[in-house]
Design a protein around this ligand. Structure first.
Ligand code: NAI
Ligand code: MG
Length: 359
């Protein structure tokens, strides 16, 4: 059998990001060993806030270019209590996503076995969504500035950028994804009553692209009303597409509704595969629990399954998710964010044992 080698760049980053990525690399090794059909060649990068404090840079100037040599990127989280968050986010995560044009941020949400939703009475059949977040422009395009610092006339602007090309490609991606899912249902989220330019463009482009997908049922929601619908009628939703900011917020709500932010994964995709895509948990570096050994690694394991699927290793991805689900089904293997007492180590060992078929 020919063994295909995938080159993975691993960037743990800060705080629990390092802990969950280390755990995930152990799990991936066990999977590759068990599968036998592929190998992973992992390169670790120490790009982080620590590096910034030492050198003045989160990553080298050509960091994003260095990553082009890899097949995929596994990312933890970036952020530290003593460095402003806008420096860390732009210094590392956005400095990778934007130059590599990972424009589709895909965030599946469903309730894993054994995990309950804070929504009273909601079961697994009623909450199964994929949120597609525009990941290259919109509110996070980086346009804006500050003038007259400290003076009474100080001014600050953050300008949202919506391009026809950028909006059309993400909406088309969302329609394609909705078409592949059993319910073929898409909800396009905007705020086109108050934001009467960019958001109206979204609505128009959605209606245009919809013509190419007659088998997909779609509707429109305003983002504020969407929060209500997610809580009150979760079963009425399936695939969801929204702007960079709106989907950022909605997907944290989605993560909480599915049980914990500690189980929520995401993929930053370049769907054309011109560049490597990046896989990460939704959560941040969680300095409140860093070093305690209790970070939930499930979100990172799930994103690793998305990475394997992207790399064409679907059987290994399925095996990983089956192992993760067998572990979440056992409440004695829940970490404190899920109301349990398990450690990162215990969850990781249990997932590895399930992969090896010993439990
Ligand atoms: P956070 O996601 O780090 O933590 C929020 C809460 O959820 C905390 O109570 C934390 O303990 C808990 N939590 C998060 N992940 C968990 C896990 N795997 N297991 C158990 N509990 C978990 O968000 P927060 O506190 O707003 O941000 C902390 C830092 O992370 C900030 O510097 C922020 O900018 C950064 N951040 C980075 C992200 C990234 O790199 N993609 C995403 C979100 C935040
Ligand atoms: Mg967020």
């Amino acid at each position: 059998m020919t063994v295909k080698t995938h080159k993975i760049a691993a960037i743990g980053g800060d705080g629990i990001g390092v802990e969950v990525v280390d755990a995930c690399l152990e799990v991936l090794d066990a999977l590759a060993e068990r599968d036998g059909g592929f190998a992973l060649e992992t390169t670790n990068f120490d790009w982080s806030t620590d590096r910034y404090k030492r050198t003045g840079e989160f990553m080298p100037k050509d960091g994003a270019d260095q990553l082009r040599a890899f097949d995929a990127i596994l990312f933890g989280a970036v952020g530290a209590p003593d460095v402003p968050d806008h420096l860390t986010l732009w210094g590392l995560r956005l400095s990778i996503c934007q130059p590599l044009d990972q424009y589709a941020n895909v965030r599946p949400t469903r309730m894993l076995p054994g995990i309950t939703s804070p929504l009273r009475g909601v079961d697994r059949t009623e909450l199964d969504w994929v949120i597609v977040r525009e990941n290259s422009e919109g509110e996070y395009a980086g346009q804006g500035g500050r003038s007259h610092p400290g003076l009474p006339i100080e001014v600050a602007t953050d300008v949202s950028i919506f391009t026809r090309a950028g909006v059309e490609r993400i909406i088309r991606y969302a329609f394609q994804l909705a078409q592949k899912r059993p319910r073929k249902l898409l909800t396009v989220v905007t705020k086109s009553n108050a934001q009467r330019h960019g958001m109206v463009l979204w609505d128009q482009i959605a209606a245009e692209v919809a013509q190419d997908f007659p088998d997909v049922t779609w509707d429109k929601m305003l983002v504020d009303a969407m929060t209500v619908r997610m809580v009150m009628h979760p079963d009425s939703l399936d695939t969801i597409v929204a702007t960079n900011l709106h989907a950022d917020i909605l997907s944290d709500l989605a993560a909480a509704l599915s049980g914990s932010i500690g189980v929520a994964p995401t993929a930053n995709l370049n769907p054309e595969r011109d560049t490597p895509s990046m896989f990460e948990p939704i959560h941040g570096s969680a300095f409140d629990i860093t070093g305690k050994g209790v970070a939930n690694p499930v979100a990172t394991f799930w994103t690793a399954a998305m990475m394997l699927e992207h790399l064409g290793e679907k059987p290994a991805a399925d095996r990983l998710m089956a192992a993760v689900e067998s572990v979440t089904a056992d409440p004695s293997l829940h970490t404190p964010d899920l109301g349990g007492k398990a450690t990162t180590r215990a969850v990781t060992d249990a997932v590895i044992a399930a992969i090896r078929g010993r439990n």
